[in-house]
Write a protein that binds this ligand. Sequence first.
Ligand code: BGC
Length: 334
Amino acid sequence: MKKYWLCLFALVLLGCEVKKPEIPLFIYDMQDAYMFDFEARIQNQTNEAILLTTIDGQNSQIIQNEDIDRWINKKVPLLIINPVDRLSVYSIIEKAKKNGTKIIFFNREPLAQDMALYDSVFYVGADAAESARLQAQIIMDLFGNDTKLNAADKNGDGIIQAVILKGEQGHQDAEARTKVVVETLIESGYAIEVLDISIANFDRATAKAAMDNLVALHGQKIEVVISNNDAMALGAIESLIEKGFFIDSDNNGEIDRLTETWIPVIGIDGLDIAMEKIESGFLYGTVFNDSQNMAEAIVELAQLLIRGEDISGLSFSISDGKYIWINYKKITNQ
Ligand code: BGC
């Protein structure tokens, strides 16, 4: 008799066990250094309540669309998407809407008109213009917070000679960061001459090659390298080391800015490896693109959406009923 009750108890327990909902997490390209780190933060954030399966779009919207179709057909309640091409998510939203599948987009922001197509579509990201304004502040600090400029103005002409490494064309961050960093400096009374803008797709190796080229074209004229992200800043530093713009004379692996040759390179993202380069004096500064907070927002929102609960209970504030904006932070070791 005792055995019977024990079995019944076990059965009830098993029967009542709630299966974790499996939710797909689409990443546009796991080769992207920032997204690789971001994905890990999202996964680390999930708890017993949710199982996330990561799907790599391999930088192909065609591949990502096929995967999204498969998951919509599986009738999952929610898709978490870092789209390959943020400008062509229209059909994804339409399909999800037809099937009642909710969507959280992140990092690559769909057009406002596409976001407006469906009530159950959300975006978690950061305001790219803000990162550019903070990057401009780092540049102003570098030039002594004085529009007459300090000794960082190598040729003493009162003008900042800069080269810009731009991320992927059409990406909201690449476009806004490139434009707003220059605008902010000008609005703050600084004279800036952009010697060149090279597109290096947010990628380290592409930026290394681009920087080789920029050095060949502009050489010692360059006073600052402004990069749309850290991966490209690190690629630029590799090139600049090879070309003798950084000389670690005592070979201690660090650049002493008072006694050794260096050139300011400024990134955005705050990758761990970039933080190490700030410590060792190779990277002048960066702006933290807070993927940790974004990961927390995504997972918290996902849980509410899966349970069909009211999102007003979220611990992050929501603008226009759809957007969660996470602030950037300025980082230097000055
Ligand atoms: C980051 C880049 C990254 C891109 C991917 C941006 O916010 O700054 O490093 O390559 O997102 O979409």
